[in-house]
Design a protein around this ligand. Structure first.
Ligand code: UD1
Ligand code: MG
Length: 451
């Protein structure tokens, strides 16, 4: 396998997004669009990634590094075309031996397998390959012009004649090219065209002139659709979700109403998972086998072990680690907390910055008071603890294994193992009081009516 470097074009702010955020940082399935392109590059084991961004896009650099830690950056100050944008990568790629793959920060759905197919077209004879697709509405795309040997030119929409406008074989923009050939021919690009830009697409005829054959690989139109506004962003989100739902079911999850379940790009599901309607998976969720997730649950940054039951109406926030066969019920919120094997929190509870031991039962309305207005503190609950309903656990606090907390207690001190803790005001019961009270009130009312 030859070495692979990728160049991601991400210079445009995307004025039609009407956003303070650079376009490529907008998200599809919880992952930035530039993140999607970089994940594809990682899947292909690219050894180098060069991001071409616009002026003042430190946030793009930060995001790119989060995905591909040693990627490098080049700034394109004047947007003189796609060919010019790739030229910005020269410093980063000089002397590199291998293939360069040009991707786009606003084309997020491209699949690694498709890119593999594109690169597989390269050999000693074919030092360049373009990724094309067929569409019934080719308007706006560059058209691929070929002969028996391969692609010989790409004609941009503005340069096409009437016959060429009917061509349905279009250019995705994605191209793979031998690095040495790239830097040999790219200086020859000219901006003598109707847009007055350096077209990357002109590399095809320059490559042919340099005696190489340009190969073609095909893909689906959806995969190379770009985003220019928030309507297209929503369309691609929909395409992504449809595919994620299909894959989830194909891999052994039951989705009772697939259209209402939303995944993140990195959601991982085990086998025989059942997901009821209206469930949202935010980023970084890992679900084990035989897990049931009931309706209207919102889950992000959480791991759920085998056999656990979540919801309905549960909220798992980042750092929630739900143990095997644990139950998290309705209106329960878990944040940065480990819930042990078989533990239960079935109703109306907040557990944050906590450890709940195996087999413990957290009663309805229990709250871990984890925040004092300045710092977060730990609530450490041992195994097989019974926490009665409506208990406040004021952290930092430790409840020993097997302890019992009486309902409605406010626990501000550690409780030893197997102890009972209660802070309840003793109950006062007055036999017959209510009956006497009613009689008194009714008599008073009757006397008032008479007068
Ligand atoms: C380009 C292709 C066209 C292809 C189409 C697919 C060229 C000349 N044409 O056309 O054949 O069918 O994409 O969608 O390449 N960019 C920069 N710097 C620039 C110019 C562009 O970073 O100076 C980036 C843009 O942000 C965008 C991408 O390159 O992500 C493509 O540019 P765009 O202007 O959309 O090219 P198209 O005219 O759509
Ligand atoms: Mg475009």
């Amino acid at each position: 396998m030859t070495n692979l470097a990728i160049v991601v074009l991400a210079a445009g702010m995307g004025t039609r997004m009407k956003s303070a955020l650079p376009k490529v940082l907008h998200k599809i399935a919880g992952r930035s669009m530039v993140g999607h392109a970089l994940h594809a590059a990682k899947a292909l084991n690219a050894v180098k990634a060069v991001i071409i961004h616009g002026p003042g896009m430190a946030a793009v650099q930060q995001e790119a590094r989060n995905v591909f830690s040693d990627c490098v950056f080049a700034e394109q100050n004047d947007r003189l075309g796609t060919g010019h944008a790739v030229q910005m990568a020269k410093q980063a790629l000089i002397g590199f031996e291998g293939t360069v793959l040009v991707l786009y920060g606003d084309v997020p759905l491209i699949q690694p397998e498709t890119l593999c197919g594109l690169m597989a077209k390269l050999d000693g004879q074919h030092k360049m390959a373009v990724l094309g697709f067929e569409t019934q509405s080719p308007f706006g795309y560059g058209r691929l012009i070929g002969d028996a040997n391969g692609i010989i030119d790409i004609r941009e929409e503005r340069e096409t004649n009437a016959q060429e406008k009917t061509i349905k074989l279009c250019n995705s923009g994605i191209v793979a090219i031998d690095n040495a050939l790239l830097w040999q021919i790219i200086p020859k690009l000219s901006k003598e065209n109707s847009k007055g830009e350096y077209y990357l697409t002109d590399l095809v005829k320059l490559a042919v002139a340099a005696k190489t054959t340009v190969a073609l690989a095909m893909c689906k139109e959806n995969e190379v659709a770009g985003v220019n506004d928030r309507i297209q962003l929503a369309v691609l989100e929909h395409v992504f979700q449809q595919e994620a739902r299909r894959l989830a079911m194909e891999n052994g999850a039951t989705l009772i109403d697939p259209e209402t379940v939303y995944f993140s790009a990195d959601t991982k599901l085990g086998k025989d998972v059942i997901i009821e309607p209206n469930v949202v998976f935010g980023p970084q969720v890992v679900v084990g086998d035989n897990v049931e997730i009931f309706a209207f649950s919102h889950i992000e940054g959480a791991t759920i072990a085998n056999g656990a039951r979540i919801g309905p109406f549960a909220r798992l926030r980042p750092g929630a680690e739900i143990g095997e066969n644990a139950h998290i019920g309705n209106f329960v919120e878990i944040k940065k907390a480990k819930i042990g094997k078989g533990a239960k929190a079935n109703h109306l509870t907040y557990i944050g910055d906590a450890i709940v031991g195996a087999g413990s039962n957290i009663g309805a309305g229990t709250i871990t008071c984890n925040y004092d207005g300045y710092d977060k503190h730990l609530t450490d609950i041992g195994e097989n603890v019974f926490v009665g309903s409506n208990t406040s656990l004021v952290a930092p606090v430790k409840i020993g294994a097997g302890a019992n907390i009486a309902a409605s207690s406010v626990i501000t001190a550690d409780v030893p193992a197997d102890a009972l803790a209660l802070t309840r005001v003793p109950a006062v019961v007055k036999v017959g009081w209510a009956k006497r009270y009613r009689a008194m009130k009714q008599a008073a009312k009757a006397a008032k009516k008479k007068t």
